[in-house]
Design a protein around this ligand. Structure first.
Ligand code: P6P
Length: 334
């Protein structure tokens, strides 16, 4: 049973220029994940207290969980001193860690501290998503916006924490995807899924079909294709949509499948954010042998123009991403 910390150190020789800083940074994420995991579990108890109308307990103790998670990850990353700044779904602008040490650190982190947090009060799994880059501004200089607006191909590491029936941390540094499961009795993450790879041919599709009428014609054609009866291609496929990106992604990674958040008439760029949702998940998916695109091109080729920009997102088994892209190319009507 190898722990996350032992594994990171063992593998840090995979990229010689790392002098342990990235290992230390991943350690900060591990620590914050444990703290958030503990609070997420208590949230249910607070909700029960909250329903007795004990307002002050609810107000004082129960910070809004996504802001709580944001604070814990921000604090852990700043304290560790390996990061010169962060960008977060919960922060309008990037945050520069302006102590001297921070300015001399070479990494920036982008994160969605608690994706799908609206699921917490119905006890559905949620997750944290993170993406790590080397800064492009010189060491010692102030961190700048361009440090965060890098294409996904420049990521040095990415991962997620899934707070589910068990709590797992899944990450890549470009040498495969590795999953660690937390033993709650010890608060230790143990290697449980080394070299995770997604099945080449998936049969699960994850999309909010309530938006069907607003989807581009090519997506509608693909959904109909998924539902046709054809035993030779194991159709109809299975529809599974949790409403929590990390949970849908994790299941599809293990079983094969595709997650889709297409553009719609009302949201021409889709809903998901490029920098701290799509890019990290795309890095993981490509490292696991799958694909991630905006319906036309690789997600990780997109040159970002703003921190919170949205992109349409298709991510999963090769056969499924290829098929939906083909249909979108063939049927271009919106
Ligand atoms: P909808 C959660 O808000 C999230 O960002 C993803 O985790 C999830 O897959 C998606 O949005 C759900 O969005 O519009 O289907 O409710």
């Amino acid at each position: 049973m190898i722990t996350l910390g032992e594994y990171i150190i063992e593998k840090q020789n995979d990229f010689p220029e790392a002098s342990g800083e990235l290992s230390s940074l991943l350690g900060a994420i591990r620590l914050a994940a444990k703290v958030v995991n503990r609070e997420i579990n208590k949230a249910g108890i607070a909700d029960i207290i909250g329903t007795t109308g004990v307002e002050n307990v609810q107000g004082e103790v129960q910070q809004k969980m996504d802001l709580y998670a944001n604070d814990k990850f921000k604090t852990a990353l700043e304290a560790r001193g390996e990061v010169c700044g962060i960008a977060s779904e919960e922060e309008d602008e990037f945050i520069a860690f302006d102590d001297k040490r921070g300015c001399n650190s070479k990494y920036v982190v982008l994160m969605d501290p608690l994706d799908g947090s609206s699921n917490i009060d119905v006890n559905v799994s949620v997750g944290t998503i993170f993406s790590i880059y080397k800064r492009i501004s010189p060491l010692g200089a102030p961190v700048i916006l361009d440090d965060f607006l890098q294409p996904g191909d420049q990521q040095v590491a990415a991962g997620y924490v899934i707070y589910g029936s068990s709590t797992m941390l899944v990450y890549t540094t470009g040498n495969g995807v590795h999953g660690f499961t937390c033993d709650p009795s010890l608060g230790v993450f143990y290697l449980s899924h080394e070299n995770m790879t997604i099945p080449e041919d998936g049969q699960i599709y994850s999309v909010n079909e309530g938006n069907y009428l607003k989807f581009p014609l090519g997506v509608k054609k693909y959904l109909k294709y998924c539902q046709e009866i054809d035993s030779a291609t194991n159709r109809p496929y299975t529809s599974r949509y949790i409403g929590s990106l990390v949970s849908d992604f994790h299941r599809n990674l293990l079983k094969g499948g595709i997650y889709m958040y297409p553009s719609t008439a009302s949201a021409p760029k889709g809903k998901l954010r490029l920098l701290y949702e799509c890019n990290p998940m795309a890095f993981l998916m490509e490292q696991a042998g799958g694909k991630a695109s905006d319906g036309e091109k690789r997600i990780m080729e997109i040159v970002p123009t703003e921190l919170h920009q949205r992109v349409p997102f298709f991510c999963g088994s090769n056969n499924m991403v290829d098929d939906v892209q083909l249909m979108m190319k063939k049927h271009t009507e919106v």
